[in-house]
Design a protein around this ligand. Sequence first.
Ligand SMILES: [Zn+2]
Length: 474
Amino acid sequence: MSHQSRRDFLKTGALSTILLGSGIALAGGCSAVQSRGKTKNVIFLVSDGMSAGTLTMADLMMRRRDGYPSNWVKMLQEGTIRRGLMDMASANRIVTDSAAAAVSWGCGHRVNNGSLNITPDGIHRKPLLPIFRDAGRSTGLVTTAEITHATPAGFAANVESRAMGEEIAEQYLQREVDFLLGGGNRHYHSDQREDGIDLYEKHRQAGYLVARTKSELMNGNPAEGKVLGVFSDSHVPYTLDHLNTPEDLQNVPTLAEMTDLAIQNLSKNPNGFILQVEGGRVDHAAHSNDAGGLIFDQIAFDDAIGIAMEFAANRDDTLVIITTDHGNANPGFNSAPDEDFDSIGNFRHTANWIRSGLNRDSSISDIRERFEYATRLEMEREHAEIYREAARGDYRAAYSRMNGTSAVLGQILANYTHVNWVGGSHTADYVELATFGPGSEALEGFVINTQLFDVITESAGVKEFIEEKTEADV
Ligand SMILES: [Zn+2]
């Protein structure tokens, strides 16, 4: 079968066709047809921008520092989850962005980078959360990025551009998403929205518990089961900074805590639920070549996997999907003494935190002091001089995208940790896919991103609620 005809085959969306097209055998008594409608609940966990090296380094850090493996790799080791390799390309690029990536899962179509559930032909495709809502299921989005960020929005919104955060926030309300937890106050607060609308008040009127702190979230009683929790102006803090900032520890819940609360509430619906959980800041740390930020946030994501599996492990009605939307900067630990890698586990703050306190006028001693406080490592003077050069815009790397302070600081840090990077952007790598529960049998081997939508809607028995609209009125 030619590549083109196979792609057309996949576009038909019928699961049986996909199984034939991808060469997956139906032997073994667990065909997708038999599991039709078996999936009551779907938990879709995305570590945004997770290269394979990120998964490896988080697992290594946990084994060496804590004495036990990550949930993700442990489940692979024990054979409790299935493993696939997934092609995440978008409609117009080999390298996707988070919007097109989430949309490929959210509505089963490839769109151009930046677009949310509107295909290049202009058709608005109904995403998973409204489909599940129409099937009587509860719906939720949890993230450490802004709640309106591209990944959660790919499961619930239809807009031309991922930058339309205010519209996305309104669509979540119109579409009655039951559980919304993350950052992004700037898209809700009347002082910061361009139209001056108080979106928090609109949620209260619609029966939502509105929480702005961890205690408001944990102690609140959502009478109708609907919750909007917004814990920061933009994204919630990096885990590493969060752990070492008492005020944040008190006010901002962890991804695992948010996931736990969402599952507890959504699972009260006897018809079931769909929940998307995003570790959104793994991507941001990778963009900034920030090894501490990256590894600690990947570990926080892994904690959320543990919560999801605690719920799903002893049931046969919950499909759990664990994956990433694209690689990012492809970090890896280069050959060096193990202790150099271990030093990352002692960091107090992210590289982002180091940079945020410095500027072009910072002295060599300012730079060294901040670096040394954040990493507990002694900084050589020549490295502080290189950083100052970058801060003044005078640094020239051979790969010109590595001229900025984040890439330069990332490479300076690599002299101590030996974790280094290929760039500061998303990469074309096929990505890790791990699945558990009914429907997962169709997601082994090599998987095309859009297949996930077909498997989810088929195994949950909600295909009749898929519809196409030429206007955003789903
Ligand atoms: Zn990104």
